[in-house]
Design a protein around this ligand. Structure first.
Ligand code: NAD
Length: 327
């Protein structure tokens, strides 16, 4: 039985990945600052611990063969583009990666997956919403539009440096906007699909929802199951990456809102308000993943959004019931 560690196993992608690894027969240890919020962990062993602390990281790595490193201080645009969290994001995430690699080297860990992000791509290539360039080789000269992106780029380099100097095996993916059930859907760290589903679910048929900016900014969104599939395929391949794991189905944020309204059966007004935006356009480029893994994500945004909307609608209803019982 393979013994694996999932760091960030209390978070969105980490909790889904832990479930997948368990279903494949692995023995899974999880670590996070918190337990998963929406369901019980699938991990065989779960530690609530802070990976900024070296000895906590070292303890988590004892007896481990493979590490899936998903822990990071992160959130949606409302968290990473306001500038308010820049120092924490850089310090916390870089410290986690430094600790995991160094403690892992001392413990003899041989194989790592690292979750980087599309946020590493230069802003200059993402000004045209219809033709963003996000091929893996466009990352340099580097010019990410957030400190979150700079930290990811630094940490990508850190993983490859450890691979070169200490002979460990690393696999690095750049995730593009992953969404799905059991992701953060309120509180300020949620991303666009969850935020829009929540707003649509919260208002009545004649209501309106707010969208940051003119809504013409473009993005692609990848459903969680395909993200996990990509992670597992990359980890089992002999390709180190970095490689995009994302969808090539690019939509505007206005279109995303229209999809959510269609799923909900509501026709709402959209009010555009100022807010943190990020780059003007972004889409995954799946040529490299197709070439190296013979596979690329293929499920439609609409079908993933349907499942996600139904889940968020339930959370909104449960919240309303809880508030009514307090009042
Ligand atoms: P998430 O915030 O749900 O999960 C990250 C987890 O890391 C959280 O549960 C958090 O508590 C934990 N964590 C933070 N600091 C920690 C610490 N000091 N010690 C232990 N645990 C700590 O985010 P997610 O969406 O599941 O993302 C997982 C990874 O994928 C992250 O590295 C993220 O940067 C990367 N990523 C995600 C997306 C996306 O769209 N979700 C896109 C690009 C990259």
């Amino acid at each position: 039985m393979k013994r694996v560690l999932v760091t960030g196993a209390g978070g969105f992608i980490g909790s889904h990945l832990a479930r997948r690894l368990k279903s494949e027969g692995c023995w899974v240890r999880g670590i996070d600052l918190k337990r998963p919020e929406f369901s019980a962990t699938a991990c065989d062993e779960f530690t609530v611990g802070d990976l900024r602390d070296f000895s906590t990281a070292a303890q988590a790595l004892v007896g481990i063969e493979d590490v899936y490193q998903l822990a990071a201080d992160m959130g949606g645009a409302g968290y990473i583009f306001t500038g308010e969290h820049d120092a924490a994001v850089m310090h916390n995430s870089a410290t986690i990666n430094l600790n995991i690699l160094e403690a892992g080297r001392k413990a003899g860990v041989r194989r790592y997956f690292y979750s980087s992000s599309a946020c590493i791509y230069p802003e200059r290539n993402q000004l045209d919403p219809d033709n963003p360039i996000c091929s893996e080789d466009s990352a340099y000269p580097a010019a990410p539009d957030s400190e979150y992106g700079w930290e990811k780029l630094f940490s990508e380099r850190l993983y490859f440096a450890y691979a070169r100097n200490y002979g460990i095996e690393v696999h690095v993916a750049r995730f593009h906007n992953i969404f799905g059930p059991e992701g953060t859907w309120c509180g300020g760290k949620e991303k666009a699909p969850a935020a829009i589903c929540r707003k649509v679910a919260e208002v009545g048929n004649d209501g309106e929802i707010e969208i940051w900016g003119d809504g013409k900014q473009t993005r692609s969104f990848l459903y969680i199951d395909e993200c996990v599939e990509g992670v597992r395929r990359l980890m089992e391949s002999n390709f180190a990456g970095p490689v995009n794991i994302g969808s090539e189905e690019m939509v505007t944020i206005n279109q995303l809102a229209e999809y959510a309204m269609k799923i909900a059966g509501k026709k709402l007004k959209i009010r555009h308000i100022p807010g943190p935006l990020g780059v003007r356009g972004r889409n995954s480029d799946n040529r490299l993943i197709s070439e190296k893994l013979g596979w690329a994500p293929s499920s439609s945004l609409y079908s993933g959004l349907e499942t996600t909307y139904r889940w968020i609608e339930k959370q909104v209803e449960a919240n309303k019931t809880a508030q009514a019982s307090i009042a």
